[in-house]
Design a binder for this molecule. Structure first.
Ligand code: HEC
Ligand code: HEC
Length: 575
């Protein structure tokens, strides 16, 4: 326990500076004002260790802001390692109140929303290679970018990592193999740059320190405690008044698009209940969900719903005008399955929600297009449905208040791109892809699954091939390319030559006709060379045969062991 006593002294600002605590002395006069803690519960529970000053600031806490999950992670550590004692309902209340006063503004949370929505993303962009190496080798950079702190707090965060994970010094913070700043490349194996000190280890240490300080500098400048965004949100935000009827559009990989309605009730204390129905546009299958949610910081929806006996989590962000929301509803051992969700509030007038999936091909006549919405006006004329130049609605084949079926001609000289739909005063931006041909298909460049099924859950990977067109410039992979929508592909695996004779393809798992990769069991496999487990790396190949010639796309799939140690960022936020 000497360890934690040391930390306590080092990081809480004791009168007696701890050994090596020079920075602590500097930190005595905070460089910027803190954000006072108003909640009596937080004061009662935290001020025993986090001293209060005359202005109502608590050490550490008042100089930090983060998401509900960020606060939850901290509180769990205070309980697990630092001796804080709390009842579950107190913990929930503290997460809520700190998210109100020490939270993130919606635009601050947006770039890292994928992390809390538990999305698989195809590689994270790091500010620099060095900062990525320093701060994104254990958790994504999004972990760091989910916080706003004073400069002293960014420094102390580095100390926290050194204290709890001493190895971090060598693995990430001061790695001897660091290339020089700006040298590109990176990671293990990159040798010392020519012209540097003859002692690679010493050079590495110095460079490592520079990189570390570079990371702190970057975060302190880019993610300070006080920001215009947070000031504006604190002033302008209303209470979340979300009760009412919402339209839902939800896309699920390999299953296609669903439309439906969510009825939100309640609202006292930011707590809501929900009833939702979804209908598959592909199969007509209907699903019902019932759930509960808490809204943090005025916009951050964290909910849970039961769907046919299975629980799904909901992480969404409501727009400031409370007329729409976006997010993900997910489940699975690694939250790997989920809908991309958009909500639009139903109102007095017509609302456009979405179209069926797929696009309109240039130079075609009479293509059927379904437009979904709410309170769509009766007696519409084709000319009232505007899809931009060169796209003409020739006939309205069927209409109800929630759906229009129209026939569309696309002129041979229409330009490719995503077209908006406008019907009287209702508009839907970038709703309908207009394209010349399917030029290529896209699947994730990289993918990851985890062995499991015995002691740990399997980590699946659901692929989906998306048809794309080159756009106006006729070149693939440029900004004007048009995503047409998911298409059916043939799925296969190819060996990725990594080790001689490892035959990964035979061991890692199997791929279904719908592109679902199911990993094999964990643990040693006596039928495998060296009795190793079923890990490996393979190419997953999608082939689309619906066009003029077959189109292929490949994903590099890594199948690894289960996640035996989970960093404690599992949000229980949202009940
Ligand atoms: C029993 C003592 C104790 C109590 C009570 C306590 N803390 Fe802490 N807190 C610590 C120690 C020790 C550290 C430094 C080590 C660490 O970060 O785990 C710390 C660090 C922190 C940090 C900084 C973490 C970072 O990322 O740099 C925050 C924020 C924090 N505590 C919040 C809280 C909140 C909120 C409460 C009340 C709900 C609380 N603490 C109650 C001992 C305590
Ligand atoms: C050795 C692996 C490792 C490296 C490298 C690392 N982190 Fe962490 N970090 C962790 C772990 C593990 C946690 C979760 C601690 C917990 O369970 O409370 C964490 C938590 C955090 C948190 C949440 C706040 C808190 O007190 O828990 C932030 C912010 C963060 N890291 C930022 C950074 C930054 C910035 C860097 C680079 C300077 C960095 N991390 C490098 C492992 C690492």
């Amino acid at each position: 326990m000497r360890f934690s006593v040391f930390l306590l002294l080092a990081v809480l600002g004791s009168a007696q500076p701890p050994p090596g605590g020079a920075r602590q002395a500097e930190a005595k006069e905070p460089s910027e004002p803190g954000i006072p803690v108003r909640s009596q519960l937080v004061k009662d529970k935290c001020s025993g260790c986090h001293r209060a000053d005359a202005k109502g600031n608590l050490t550490r806490i008042s100089w930090e802001r983060t998401t509900p999950e960020g606060w939850q992670q901290i509180i769990k550590r205070m309980v697990r390692l630092n001796g804080l004692v709390l009842r579950p309902e107190e913990a929930r209340e503290i997460v809520k109140t700190l998210s109100e006063t020490h939270g993130l503004a919606p635009e601050e949370a947006k770039p890292v929303a994928w992390y809390w929505e538990k999305r698989y993303i195809d590689g994270e962009t790091h500010p620099t290679v060095a900062i990525g190496d320093a701060c994104a080798s254990c958790h994504p950079m999004a972990q760091a970018l989910s916080w706003r702190r004073s400069r002293e707090e960014w420094d102390l965060l580095v100390d926290m990592h050194r204290g709890y994970f001493p190895v971090v010094e060598n693995t990430s913070f001061r790695r001897p193999s660091y290339p020089a700043q700006g040298g590109g490349g990176g990671g293990a194996g990159a040798g010392p740059t020519p012209g540097q000190s003859a002692n690679p280890a010493a050079t590495g240490t110095r460079r490592g320190l520079e990189q570390m300080l570079g990371a702190v500098e970057y975060l302190a400048k880019g993610n300070p405690l006080h920001t215009p965004a947070w000031a504006a949100w604190q002033g302008s935000r209303g209470e979340p008044r979300l009760a009412g009827r919402w339209l839902v559009v939800a896309d699920l990989a390999a299953k296609g698009r669903f439309v439906g309605e969510m009825t939100i009730a309640g609202g006292a204390g930011g707590e809501f209940t929900t009833k939702t129905t979804l209908t598959s546009l592909k199969t007509g299958e209907k699903m019902a969900r019932e759930g509960k949610a808490v809204v943090y910081t005025g916009y951050a929806w964290r909910g849970r719903s039961m769907v046919a006996g299975k629980e799904e989590r909901e992480v969404m962000s409501f727009a400031a005008d409370q007329l729409s929301a976006e997010g993900r509803w997910f489940w699975g051992g690694y939250s790997e399955f989920g809908y991309d969700v958009k909500l639009v509030r139903a109102g007095d007038g017509p609302v456009l929600l979405t179209t069926g999936q797929g696009g309109l091909q240039i130079g075609t006549k009479g293509t059927e297009l379904k437009i979904y919405g709410d309170s769509l006006p009766a007696g519409l004329q084709p000319a009232e449905i505007n899809l931009g130049r060169g796209v003409t609605v020739t006939q309205i084949a069927a209409q109800t208040p929630s759906m229009l079926t129209v026939n569309v001609d696309v002129a041979a000289d229409a330009l490719p791109g995503k077209r908006p739909i406008a019907i009287r005063r209702a508009t839907l931006p970038a709703a309908v892809p207009v394209y010349g041909a399917v030029d290529y298909i896209k699947i994730p460049r990289t993918s990851h699954a985890r062995l499991g099924g015995t002691t740990h859950p399997k980590g699946f990977f659901q692929y989906e091939a998306v048809a794309c067109s080159n756009g106006i410039d006729g070149k693939p992979n440029t900004a004007d390319d048009v995503e047409i929508g998911p298409v059916a592909a043939k799925w296969s695996m190819e060996e990725f030559a990594a080790r001689m004779g490892d035959d990964d393809k035979e061991f890692v798992g199997s791929l279904s006709a719908e592109g679902l990769f199911t990993p094999n069991g964990e643990g040693p496999n006596e039928n495998r060379k060296f009795g190793s487990n079923n890990f490996g790396d393979v190419w997953v190949v999608a082939t689309y045969e619906g066009g003029a010639k077959p189109l292929m796309a490949k994903s590099y799939l890594v199948v690894s062991i289960p996640l035996y140690v989970r960093w404690d960022h599992q949000p229980e936020v949202g009940r």
